[in-house]
Ligand binder design. Structure first.
Ligand code: UT7
Length: 322
């Protein structure tokens, strides 16, 4: 049985940057409040005609280039998003056509902020069982489209972007373990309360926005991510000190610091992009991974823990040797 190893990464952020000062003009907030409570200084916002697949395509092409493969070699596309371009076809299929790939399976995964961890988990199973050899795994979002720009409790938190990896069958160690979970009973702590079969009129009227009971989500996220760290270490018979890098979901610097503390890990070993990207949901983990690979922090052979928590609730982790 072969390993699934990341052979290339890519990331893309829309050009338009929205700072905390820009938000002060929209809602009753302050740069100081946003920075102190979340660590966010700015976020990227897609232009009017820029879609999730547009961002996904740019990130994917960079991942393909860094893996040194031809798009035609890709035999699986898994794309995590909560903000698909269309109801159907899936964003993965639209991306497949853009990349001029034909015939391989392509599908979306919906696990909100845990989407990329879910997508990587599924792609790894395909590779482990010999059903795929080179998978394109993407997290891409245009969350700005489902934000109520009059609600200061949510609109300051999120941003748009895309991250992608190529996952290849390899004799060399790659992904060591994946852990994904969900508990649907927390649905209304973090949700968009309307959808296709349940309130499509509200969607059409532009009333389908993210709603969150932030403080309750915060506590659940800190506790749950603490548990997933323990679960991941135990499954691999590893000690906290064995982990070289933590690449966490980028929702809030205080949640990230709590998880780092649980791992007894100095912040120098934690990849932080929340200050510049905000929370890009399914894109946040692959974007952070790409940043740290490209700037030379994460090197081949190092042990990396990815983790995420999001709406559903969903949560999960991936331990890999890069
Ligand atoms: O990615 C999926 C997972 N998502 C998360 O993990 C997000 C988890 N939650 C959080 O990150 C934090 O709960 C928030 C950043 C959303 C909020 O921080 P908090 O420390 O939990 O603040 P809070 O919700 O308890 O609100 C404190 C105060 C409230 O005012 P009062 O009631 O104390 O007078 C809010 O109305 O801050 C007020 N507030 C704001 N003030 C200025 C809320 N949003 C803002 C704002 N600007 N943007």
């Amino acid at each position: 049985m072969s390993f699934a190893r990341i052979s290339g990464t890519g990331g893309y952020l829309p050009e338009n940057i929205m700072t905390n000062q820009d938000l002060e003009k929209l809602v009753d907030t302050s740069d100081q409040w946003i920075r102190e409570r979340t660590g966010i200084k700015q976020r990227h916002i897609a232009s009017k005609d820029e879609t999730t697949v547009d961002l996904a395509e740019k990130a994917s092409r960079l991942a393909i280039e860094s893996a040194g493969i031809d798009p035609s070699e890709i035999d699986l596309i898994v794309l995590a998003t909560s903000t698909p371009d269309k109801i159907f076809p899936s964003s993965a299929c639209i991306l497949q056509a853009r990349l001029d790939i034909h015939g391989c399976p392509a599908f979306d995964i919906q696990a909100v902020c845990t989407g990329f961890v879910y997508a990587l988990t599924v792609a790894e199973k395909f590779i482990q069982t010999g059903s795929a050899k080179k998978a394109l795994v993407v997290g891409a979002e245009v969350f700005s489209r489902i934000l109520n720009w009059k609600d200061r409790t949510t609109c300051v938190l999120f941003g748009d972007g895309a991250g992608a990896v190529i996952l290849e069958a390899s004799e060399e160690t790659g992904i060591l373990s994946t852990h994904i979970h969900a508990d649907g009973k927390y649905e209304n702590l973090l949700w968009v309360p309307h959808g296709i079969s349940d309130g499509f009129d509200q969607v059409k009227e532009g009333k389908a926005y993210v709603e969150m009971r932030g403080n309750e989500v915060f506590k659940m996220a800190v506790n749950t991510l603490g548990r997933i760290v323990d679960e991941t270490l135990a499954a691999n018979h590893l000690k906290k000190a064995d982990i070289d890098w933590l690449v966490p979901h980028q929702a809030n610097i205080r949640i990230i610091k709590a998880t780092a503390k649980k791992l007894k890990m100095p912040m120098e070993q934690v990849v932080v992009t929340v200050d510049k990207h905000g929370n890009t949901s399914a894109a946040s983990v692959p974007l952070a991974l790409d940043v740290a690979v490209r700037d030379g922090r994460i090197k081949r052979g190092e042990l990396v823990m990815l983790e995420a928590f999001g709406g559903g609730f969903t949560w999960g982790s991936v331990l890999l040797r890069y």
